[in-house]
Design a protein around this ligand. Sequence first.
Ligand code: 4GY
Length: 240
Amino acid sequence: MKFDILTLFPEMFEPLTKSIIGRATSKNILEINLINIRDFSKNKHKQVDDTPYGGGAGMLLKPDVVWDAYSSVKSDDSKVIYLSPQGKTLNQNKVEELAKYKHLILLCGHYEGIDQRVIDKINPEEISIGDYVLTGGEIPAMVLVDSVSRYVSGVLKNGSEEDESFSKDGLLEYPQYTKPEYFDGVRVPEILLSGHHENIAKWRRQEALRVTYNKRKDILENANLTEDDKKFLESIKNKI
Ligand code: 4GY
């Protein structure tokens, strides 16, 4: 999968050269290209921004500069995303949907934003990472690259994107335990030491339901639940 990231601050993306995403890039499973919008400046001062018409604080990215940066990467099969608090909030369903594209172009704003005419001309999908305001779209772009890349075949070891919070039927993840068997007077749940895979799977499912019920009742509404799941949830609710 190829990401072209349009930004004024390519040096902010160093985190993507580390760990799982860095490894996938080295193995050519991912291609992450950083395009410096400043390289498309029209003048000797490398100016990319200007004051807003009508007055007000801050600077806006100039439309011609942004258009030329975008034109340098756009292709027929590319999906363009503008990271902005005005977009729909990113969730795991959207992450999985975006992972199906071969080429994503991510447009990062900075300062007060981008001239509206070039946003309208590019017509990107606007995506937000949450209802708060950041100084630029770079951190949101990294969040998007990281979350989407986990669904690209070969990035994770087989199946590890399947079994966790939100992806397994829209439930939170069950609790996990490792050695030592006793820590601070607390034993690992006995069933996990039993070697009985069927019982362990059932216990994990019920713990996932319990955690989701306790922490995120809101997402239970859209979870993919069996009749057994519903019975178990009833048994929690009726417990004092
Ligand atoms: N939240 N989700 C977000 C953001 C900052 C001015 C446009 C967010 O995605 N982006 O807060 N972005 C602004 C700063 C230019 C982006």
